[in-house]
Design a protein around this ligand. Structure first.
Ligand code: SAM
Ligand code: SF4
Length: 465
């Protein structure tokens, strides 16, 4: 076979980024070559997200472009993978542009499916028939082995890698599609996670992020021992070449103190918690089936701050959930003011077919009110973050450099040694400063000169590492 070029476009969360990285690695190891442009690819793969309608609409519009592209390049193979593939499999395979549809549970089969389709030009649909049934042991092993082959890939930021600690979710928040597209919650065997961490660190990875929808719920029974997230963090910290280890996303429901304790005790465990509250109103939290109250949430944040001084807290909120009155929104704003988040992702409620909220609760908050609440909450969170970020001015922080900023990548630069670079601190603050591209993947020190709500601006301090 001649060289086969693939283009991979990712929508959605870190889980999807990880899946895309795994797939890109697997295809490259089979001799496929990755390309930046769909227009000169033999295979276009779209990894999709179903969390909000907007995410699905973007994929559908992208498929419209690909349909057009296929008029001039009919041999281009299009594969739609990920959450939307699982949710809308039958419908998507009928789309004029689409040749392959495969859900998240079929990730390991995709390279072979692509090779077959390139040979026989037949379309293929592979999704889980009973998504809430736990996969067979063999199927789980296949997925685990697929993950093990991954070292580092070009899609990733240099020196950083994700490792999946858990698949799926059993929480059934009433608005959320994830349990219906990613299946039941499963903790991966600790030995596999640790072996992956060692392999990645041998390949030059310095920061590892453990992933799970509810990653603090990680539990794996082995004889008398029950492995927890705190155990994983401790063991990964023991790997010499790993400098930082972090985890996302945490659920406030059952958050074990041991996680805060390892954060306080082990310098490599980053003092950063992404712990969405979703709402500050107990009535809405109940309707969302979140399993906690705003008082419980606030007590957890207070405990985190008492155990890990200067811990950075990030969150998510949904505004315009069915029945959200002005006083519910006021409770959300009040919670956000008390927590003082580093940053928040704010989403307008989007009904997802098949979820309990969609079936039982009318989407009764008008779009203008959702937009207004979104803008108000964002402004509040940003104002607080900007005030808090000013404390960094004059301080020198350690930063893991990601690479040139978006601006530097867009513009032609005159001085290659003075590119605008972007990086993050252990607390996950975004830092922008000038320096040479060769620093990508390195730990450097940056003196902070100014701060906005989302970014710290600084100057590189040479020779401090
Ligand atoms: N597992 C994580 C948790 O429970 O916090 C988050 C997973 S979800 C992929 C990411 C975020 O999308 C959620 O925290 C929530 O704020 C938002 N989200 C999920 N379903 C949504 C919906 N139907 N409408 C609007 N936002 C939604
Ligand atoms: Fe969705 Fe809730 Fe599971 Fe997060 S915990 S993935 S919001 S069901």
């Amino acid at each position: 076979m001649n060289e086969v070029r693939f283009h991979l476009k990712n929508f959605g969360c870190q889980m999807n980024k990880l899946d895309s990285g795994l797939l890109a690695g697997a295809l490259s190891s089979r001799g496929f070559v990755q390309t930046d442009s769909a227009a000169d690819a033999d295979v276009v793969i779209i990894n999709t997200c179903s969390v909000r309608q907007h995410a699905e609409d973007r994929v559908l519009s992208h498929l419209g472009h690909l349909k057009h592209l296929k008029k001039t390049r009919p041999q281009t193979l299009v594969a739609v993978i990920g959450c939307m593939a699982q949710r809308l499999g039958e419908q998507l395979i009928k789309h004029d542009a689409v040749d392959i549809v495969a859900g998240p549970g079929q990730l390991a089969q995709i390279p072979a499916m692509i090779e077959e389709a390139l040979e026989n030009r037949q379309s293929r649909l592979a999704v889980s028939k009973h998504i809430r049934h736990p996969d067979s042991i063999e199927h789980q092993q296949t997925l685990d082995e697929f993950e093990m082959q991954y070292d580092s890939d070009e899609n990733h930021i240099k020196s950083q890698a994700y490792i999946r600690a858990m698949r799926g979710c059993n929480n059934f928040c009433t608005y959320c599609i994830v349990p219906y597209v990613r299946g039941p919650e499963i903790s991966r065997p600790p030995q596999m996670i640790l072996e992956q961490a060692r392999k990645l660190s041998d390949a030059g990875i310095r920061q590892i992020t453990l992933l799970g929808q509810n990653v603090n719920a990680y539990r794996y029974e082995q004889g008398d021992k029950i492995w927890t997230l705190a155990d994983l963090l401790e063991k990964i910290s023991d790997i010499d070449a790993v400098r930082w280890v972090r985890f996302i996303t945490s659920h406030p429901g059952k958050f074990d103190d041991s996680i805060l304790q390892v954060m306080a005790d082990l310098p490599k465990v980053c003092p950063y918690l992404h712990i969405p509250a979703q709402s500050g109103s107990d009535r809405i939290l109940k309707a969302m089936n979140r399993g906690y109250t705003s008082a419980h949430y606030m007590a957890l944040i207070d405990k985190a701050r008492a155990t890990v001084p200067e811990i950075a807290v990030a969150g998510d909120f949904i505004v315009g959930f069915p029945g959200e009155m002005d006083e519910d929104f006021a409770a959300t704003a009040d919670l956000a003011s008390r927590v003082r988040y580093k940053n928040c992702f704010i989403f307008q409620y989007s009904p997802r077919a098949g979820t309990r909220a969609e079936q039982k609760l009318p989407d009764d908050i008008p779009a203008e009110i959702k937009q207004r609440r979104n803008a108000q909450l964002l402004e509040l969170v940003n104002t607080i973050a900007e005030q808090d970020n000013k404390r960094f001015v004059g301080r020198t922080l350690e930063v893991l450099v990601e690479g040139p900023s978006k601006m530097a990548r867009r513009n032609t630069v005159e001085n290659e040694e003075q590119l605008q670079l972007i990086g993050r601190t252990a607390h996950d603050y975004i830092v922008v400063f000038n320096g040479p591209q060769t620093l990508a993947g390195e730990f450097v020190h940056v003196k902070i000169m100014d701060a906005s709500a989302l970014t710290l601006f600084g100057e590189l301090v040479w020779g401090k590492n």
